[in-house]
Design a protein around this ligand. Structure first.
Ligand code: NDP
Ligand code: 2IT
Length: 445
């Protein structure tokens, strides 16, 4: 495998898509040995095939705002790979959304979904629509307009979208409603649905819960646990919220959250009513985290800064891609961090990742550590197909076991001669083998 040539060709084919190139490079670098040892992958040209999405659907979304002005946004669905199951992945509504960004996320999703052990292919979708400051009626009209086009390409055995940044239960509800109206069928085409109409218990918490379960498994390999650990979390959205709940339940003290405006440091720990307040803050539809300090004056706000300067044992980046750079990583390492577990997708830059691996700390990449979200989506699909509902305890137990299994797969494929586990390599190799073998089995199609 000639990595340099593959990357040069990919760059030529995908100009202006640095995040997609970054995600591909990371995977290819870590699976080089497996590809070398197994000539069948080169013989079937798997690498070139796996880095090209099956299709990118791109469409116009027109909707009317509350003032009667007609707005135009762009909608996308990247259906990357369906070798091991129907396309599956979230939808992101954020002004930063681009085709390249969704290709990065769809590509990551292939390996993440493979790691869950459930039959799900990789996809991602979304729009450059900015939900901030929009009224409920505007959100509804946008979601309906988005689905008026997307409904043609999705279905419970074809492509099953879910939430991501800017898309939570409310948006899934409006999109599902429009789909149902157009198609005339009520089935599990989305995951993250409302509890009363097919949604799984624990799905809202699942990504964060899974992230902390994964961190706990990593810590166990060094005779440690979350109990008593000081933890920094970034973001204050869905994944941050779930991570904070589970870390607190396991006896850790979470001392930070962040937003695009800066970060909050709460030395007393973000627990109890403060966790509930996070939901209120999100629902207020503002894009600032600072109001937390008005509500809880013992906390301090650091404008324009990121939480990585705080001395902690465990760091959980849960906001957005490339939010933790080399300088941040070095600060964390210098301050004695022992574990970094990614709730977000690709929050650490390649340089930051290098620093963590070199320092030999426990570093869990998102495609392993945040796979609990999509895994629980898979459990939601199973419940929909069986037309029954599991209890919260049943779902959480299954989620916990899946995270333990993902951790084991990473150890199996990522442990070196010295006993150090490179979870980046482990997750990429484990995720890749299953998909690549399925592609070979199914022929050139
Ligand atoms: P949300 O929209 O619920 O939350 C995103 C959070 O990140 C918000 O608090 C947001 O603040 C904050 N944020 C956005 N940009 C920045 C920035 N530049 N600096 C600091 N904070 C920022 O999304 P999710 O919690 O669902 O998603 C967070 C991450 O987790 C994403 O990378 C997503 O892909 C990943 N993920 C999500 C899963 C899920 O099930 N939801 C599953 C697996 C991964 P604001 O809204 O004010 O901009
Ligand atoms: O990045 C992700 O894994 C998600 N946003 C969840 C995808 C899903 O289909 O539940």
């Amino acid at each position: 495998m000639n990595l340099e040539k593959i990357m040069a060709d990919l760059e030529k084919k995908n100009p202006g898509q640095p995040e997609f190139l970054q995600a591909v490079k990371e995977v290819l670098e870590t699976i080089e040995d497996v590809v070398k040892e197994n000539p069948k992958y080169e013989a079937a040209n798997i690498i070139e095939r796996i880095i090209e999405p099956d299709r990118v659907i791109k469409f116009k979304v027109q909707w009317m705002d509350d003032k009667g002005n007609v707005q135009v946004n762009r909608g996308y669905r990247v259906q990357f790979n369906n070798a091991i199951g129907p396309y599956k992945g979230g939808c992101r509504f954020h002004p930063s959304v681009t085709e390249g960004g969704l290709k990065f996320l769809g590509f990551e999703q292939i390996f993440k979904n493979s790691l869950t052990t459930l039959p799900m292919g990789g996809a991602k979708g979304g729009s450059d629509f900015d939900p901030k400051g929009k009224s409920n009626a505007e959100i509804m009209r946008f979601c309906q307009a988005f689905m008026a086009e997307l409904y043609k390409y999705v279905g419970p055995d074809r492509d099953i979208p879910a939430g991501d940044i800017g898309v939570g239960g409310r948006e899934i509800g409006y999109m599902f409603g429009m789909y149902k109206k157009l198609v005339g069928e009520h089935h599990g085409v989305f995951t993250g649905k409302g509890r009363g109409w097919g949604g799984s218990l624990i799905r809202p918490e699942a990504t964060g819960f899974g992230n902390v379960y994964f961190a706990e498994e990593m810590l166990k390999t060094r005779g440690e646990s979350m109990k008593g650990k000081i933890v920094s979390v970034s973001g204050f959205g869905n994944v941050s919220w779930g991570s904070i709940i589970k870390a607190t339940q396991l006896g850790a003290r979470v001392v930070t959250i962040s937003g695009p405006d800066g970060y909050v440091y709460d030395p007393d720990g973000i627990s109890g009513e403060k966790i509930d307040y996070l939901l209120e803050l999100r629902a207020s539809n503002q894009d600032i985290v600072k109001p937390y300090t008005y509500e809880f004056p013992n906390a301090q706000f650091f404008e324009g800064k990121r939480p990585w300067e705080v001395k902690v044992d465990v760091a959980l980046p849960c906001a957005i891609q490339n939010e933790l750079n080399a300088e941040d990583a070095q600060t964390l390492v210098n301050n004695g961090v022992m574990c970094v577990s990614e709730g977000a997708n690709m929050p650490c830059t390649p340089e930051a990742m290098e620093i963590f691996l070199k320092a030999k700390i426990l570093y869990g990449p998102g495609k392993a550590s945040n796979a609990g979200g999509v895994a629980t989506s898979g459990l939601e699909q199973t419940q929909n197909a069986m037309k029954l509902n599991w209890t919260a305890e049943e779902v959480e137990e299954k989620l916990h076991q899946i995270m333990i299994n993902i951790h084991e797969a990473c150890v199996k494929h990522g442990k070196d001669e010295t006993g150090f586990v490179n979870y980046v390599k482990g997750s990429n190799v484990a995720g890749f083998i299953k998909v690549a073998d399925a592609m070979i089995d199914q022929g050139v199609i």
